[in-house]
Ligand binder design. Sequence first.
Ligand code: AP5
Ligand code: MG
Length: 209
Amino acid sequence: MKLIFLGPPGAGKGTLAVLAKEAFHLPHISTGDIFRSNIKGGTPLGLKVKKILDSGALVPDETTIEIVQDRLAKADCQAGYLLDGFPRTVTQAQALDGFAKPEAVINFVLADDVIVQRLSGRRVCKACGASFHLQNLPPRQPGVCDNCSGELIQRPDDAPEAIQERLRVYKAQTEPLIAFYRQKGLLKDIDASPAPESVLAALKKALNV
Ligand code: AP5
Ligand code: MG
């Protein structure tokens, strides 16, 4: 299955991808995770994109498309993929059609006030990247990752100004993809407001899995 998770920042795409990749046996490809691991590793790509991510703006299409095209050419993606956070512009979606046409697009639907609550309370593990939430998904021990005991930190782009910028960018550049994929008959809307297990159940139903 060639699957896209589309939706505003903080809608739970990453959280659901962790559950869905097990359920559907698909490689999970998150462009945000790829950029963050390059930033952490201090690679040339990481140095190039750090300021962009911190501000909440988008990395240029050319760079992002090249990374995804390379990743989808790998052996583990030949039977299918779960793309999380790509495409994010119409240009990216048109490019993807040229090298690995998606079969279904899940549109995570969530109100702005809930988005802001989710993003401002999110904490991520500095070591393994696992995601928690101060109220919704608290770690067993405050500030400590349940999986690897790493330190939990706030993403720089979860600061209030960067959250507003990401929402603005989403509405201007990514939201048009809803119409793009609806017109192709690929879009499936999912209410992203219930607990993750319920969202997963709705996802399985939408995909007849
Ligand atoms: P990216 O990492 O993709 O960020 P995003 O789209 O802003 O999405 P988030 O990761 O913030 O949210 P999410 O939907 O994954 O929510 P999560 O599951 O964590 O991109 C980061 C940056 O990289 C971009 O701003 C851009 O600069 C760059 N970039 C990436 N892709 C790009 C592209 N294609 N083109 C150009 N630039 C690109 O959940 C959020 C919180 O809510 C968590 O705390 C979680 O515990 C909680 N939560 C999740 N689900 C639930 C639930 N069901 N109930 C209660 N709480 C929940
Ligand atoms: Mg994410």
